[in-house]
Design a protein around this ligand. Structure first.
Ligand SMILES: CC(C)(COP(=O)(O)OP(=O)(O)OC[C@H]1O[C@@H](n2cnc3c(N)ncnc32)[C@H](O)[C@@H]1OP(=O)(O)O)[C@@H](O)C(=O)NCCC(=O)NCCS
Length: 151
């Protein structure tokens, strides 16, 4: 992802999330050197991911598929790419937070091997008050030992 992509990315972000990131959030991630990936086909943005690495821990901060392309397997492909890049940098674990109500994303993570680690009470803003965040983690030892063929 480059600064020039942010406007288009933000349009997708707004269409895909009830509480989207701001443009500034994406700009800050680029400035901070977070790993930001854009996935495109025929000049159209399919989706994106934003990843922060701290020592051997990878934090998946954002993953999103353009609404017109959701439910076609792209989310799984993007998640697999995030796992591959984490393995390349010898990370031990990928962690993420997901809204308790976001069953679709949780299904994707659970079916990839993520486990629920804890619940962060009132972590997210919601239409009425706050919503819990579920902290999920994928330990990468198994992938590192058995190879990326598991993906
Ligand atoms: C969550 C998201 C990234 C998934 O991407 P996607 O391309 O729609 O998902 P895929 O087609 O790759 O499907 C992956 C898995 O998600 C789950 N899934 C997909 N659609 C689903 C639905 N309607 N209901 C429940 N689970 C669903 C399934 O487990 C599916 O695996 P399967 O097809 O093998 O059964 C995408 O829906 C999205 O961008 N949502 C808005 C932003 C968001 O919520 N990001 C996650 C924040 S933590």
């Amino acid at each position: 992802m480059q600064p020039a992509d942010i406007e288009k990315v933000w349009q997708i972000e707004k269409q895909s999330n009830r509480f989207p990131w701001s443009k500034g959030n994406f700009e800050d991630c680029l400035k901070s050197g977070y790993r930001t990936f854009l996935y495109a086909k025929d000049n159209e943005i399919i989706g994106y991911s934003v990843v922060q690495s701290v020592l051997d821990e990878v934090h998946l901060l954002n993953i999103c598929v353009n609404p017109g392309h959701q439910g076609k397997g792209f989310g799984r492909q993007i998640l697999n790419h995030v796992i591959e890049t984490a393995l390349e940098q010898s990370a031990a674990i990928i962690v993420l937070e997901v809204r308790a109500s976001n069953i679709r994303a949780q299904q994707l993570y659970l079916s990839t091997g993520f486990n629920e680690m804890s619940v962060r009470r009132g972590y997210y803003p919601a239409e009425q008050g706050r919503e819990d965040g579920v902290l999920m983690g994928l330990e990468l030892g198994m992938f590192a030992q058995l190879g990326q063929n598991l993906l």
